[in-house]
Ligand binder design. Structure first.
Ligand SMILES: Nc1nc2c(ncn2[C@@H]2O[C@H](COP(=O)(O)OP(=O)(O)OP(=O)(O)O)[C@@H](O)[C@H]2O)c(=O)[nH]1
Ligand SMILES: [Mg+2]
Length: 562
């Protein structure tokens, strides 16, 4: 049976028949439409007193008849014959519009989001005739060529039905596709990188405190951009909305989601990343509306961790974190898949498969947790040995990218990987450090470089990395390193403080150290605000004397005589 989509309530039997008969129309392959078909669509729409859309594939077959505007009757991306920013979807839409002309931006957005071959808007008069129409299609153009505010589509002037029917449709779409492909190739030169649009939600309090200027990109999004780049992605655009609280289904309001979809489509993105953790149903809704893969901050962080994990221990912890993140989201993926299969009838086996998956994953999680527990015991035995040898331990903690590894390297002449990337370090490294005091006496301490912190550390990560984090909580002294050259250093400082306070075991005394003062115009201002802190440059080896002295003093205080 031929399904009629859209607003079908109250259809009379003969009207349904008329609509169903549209499915049997055949068009010549090289024509957009024929005058006869256009008239028929217009007449039915006039009788129904409703807008009407028919969707036609490249073979000239009507694949969908739907009551409503193009925006109301969009075909879900998964049901389009093909999808990608390098081509059109192979579907065009003939739309009988009840007196609205030219086509509205909302309807043209539907053209864009489905990457339709063309949208023909027919103006229906009171007598049920289509007098004239408009042909709209997407505009291929590189980002740089597209002037600000120029929409990525083009609408013809009003045309007679004959003029529309006489257009060579194949020539039009083939020409367009060649252009699209050229642009796409131009964009894709440097990479197989993910091409990403960032999306953020700024709630009231952040809006005021976290930004200097009203239009400047919020820190949260700047950081998300760094995360995406550290994961190997390329940021094409960033969009955010100020909103009291997230929309339960879509995080942002509908209009903003549409804006994201347009930006992602026109810039040729293949991934949209949100600055907060999405629920299974949110990501499902968003993927449906945007037509692209949607990811979130946590997934990006997990991805970085997965890429960086070197030791078997690190890999274990990352796998645990990833599974814990995915388990509650399985339902979402399962539903998306059964949608692909076609809905009714496919649900049963899908669910069973899901249950098996869930059990398998749950089992793996339990196994990994046992491993992490064993690790924890091992580590505490190693630490016990250190205590027995009475070598004091110092852990360098701090926000990611603060310069922790650089400092460890500089102090201990080591060669730990340090880079201008977030989460460059994953596995803790311990090195021996010898400090000379005022009386020329040598003191040995063990210095540990640790994984960086970040605000709103994903829960699954905290759990998985607790073995590593315990290294931190059991050090005799902590050096809290702050990147003083970062515009958001104070937020970062507070975020790290909050995480340290949240540790299951109380941490030892903390030495606050401002790093990168070589790149700070007025370091004294920092010290005025935090008088107990010291200022250094790990890179330029400045302030190391003071650092050593303060460190010795604090260790003495923490463990008694050295
Ligand atoms: N200007 C300046 N840059 C520094 C200084 N210390 C470190 N950096 C730079 O900051 C970046 C991050 O340094 P890392 O040592 O990798 O930072 P980290 O805290 O170990 O970072 P993660 O391991 O990613 O959490 C690198 O590009 C360093 O060169 C400094 O004193 N001055
Ligand atoms: Mg590091």
């Amino acid at each position: 049976m031929d399904t009629i989509y859209g607003k079908t309530q109250g259809l009379k039997a003969h009207q349904t028949k008329q609509l169903e008969r549209l499915y049997r129309s055949r068009l010549p392959q090289d024509r957009l439409t024929t005058p006869e078909l256009a008239q028929r669509v217009a007449a039915i729409s006039a009788e129904l007193k409703e807008p009407l859309c028919i969707y036609i594939n490249r073979r000239g077959q009507v694949i969908r008849v739907a009551i409503g505007t193009p925006n109301q009757t969009k075909i879900p991306p998964l049901e389009l014959p093909r999808y990608g920013s390098d081509r059109l979807s192979g579907i065009r839409c003939i739309y009988a519009s009840p007196g609205i002309e030219p086509p509205s931006d909302t309807d043209l957005t539907a053209l864009l989001m489905q990457r339709l071959d063309a949208l023909v808007t027919l103006l229906v008069n009171l007598k049920g005739y289509a007098e004239r129409g408009y042909v709209a299609h997407l505009l291929p153009s590189r980002d740089s060529e597209l002037p600000e505010n120029q929409q990525p589509w083009q609408v013809s002037k009003p045309l007679s039905l004959e003029a529309i029917a006489n257009q060579d449709f194949l020539e039009l779409v083939e020409g367009l596709e060649e252009e699209f492909e050229r642009n796409f190739a131009g964009r894709a030169t440097d990479d197989d990188l993910d091409r990403v649009v960032l999306v953020g939600l700024m709630q009231q309090k952040e809006k005021q405190s976290k930004r200097d200027q009203a239009d400047a990109m919020p820190f949260a999004l700047l950081e998300l951009g760094q995360l995406v780049e550290s994961a190997g992605g390329k940021v094409l655009d960033a969009i955010w909305q100020n909103r009291e609280r997230p929309h339960p289904q879509t995080v942002l309001g509908e209009g903003k989601v549409l804006e994201v979809a347009i930006a992602a489509q026109t810039k040729g993105a293949n991934l949209v990343v949100f600055d907060r953790e999405l629920t299974a149903s949110q990501s499902r809704n968003l993927e449906r509306m945007i037509g692209l893969r949607v990811s979130d901050r946590t997934e990006v962080i997990l991805d970085i961790f997965a890429q960086r994990a070197q030791s078997s221990e690190g890999k274990l912890q990352v796998e645990l974190a990833q599974l814990e993140y995915r388990l509650p989201r399985l339902a979402g993926h399962g539903q998306a898949l059964s949608r692909l299969g076609g809905g009714i009838g496919t649900r049963g086996p899908g669910e069973t498969k899901l249950e098996t998956d869930r059990r398998v994953i749950q089992k793996r999680i339990t196994f990994l947790q046992q491993q992490v527990n064993r690790l924890q015991e091992q580590r505490s035995r190693i630490r016990q040995k250190r205590v027995d040898r009475e070598v004091p331990t110092v852990a360098i903690v701090g926000y990611t990218n603060a310069g922790k590894s650089t400092l460890l390297n500089a102090l201990t002449k080591s060669d730990v990987y340090a880079a201008n990337k977030l989460f460059a370090t994953l596995d803790p490294t311990t090195r021996r450090l010898t400090i000379t005091d005022e009386n020329e006496q040598l003191h040995t301490v063990l210095l540990t470089d640790t994984v960086g912190f970040i605000h709103e550390l994903p829960h699954s990560l905290v759990d998985a990395f607790r073995a590593t984090l315990e290294e931190v909580s059991e050090a005799d002294v902590l050096v809290h390193l702050v990147d003083a050259a970062h515009a958001g250093w104070e937020d970062q400082l507070k975020a790290v403080d909050a995480i340290l306070k949240d540790m299951p075991i109380a941490v030892g005394p903390i030495l606050l150290v401002f790093n990168k003062i070589d790149a700070v115009p007025d370091p004294q201002a920092l010290l005025d605000k935090y008088p107990e802190a010291i200022a250094i440059s790990a890179l330029k080896r400045q302030g190391f004397d003071k650092l050593s002295k303060s460190l010795l003093k604090l260790i003495e205080y923490a463990i008694g005589e050295l």
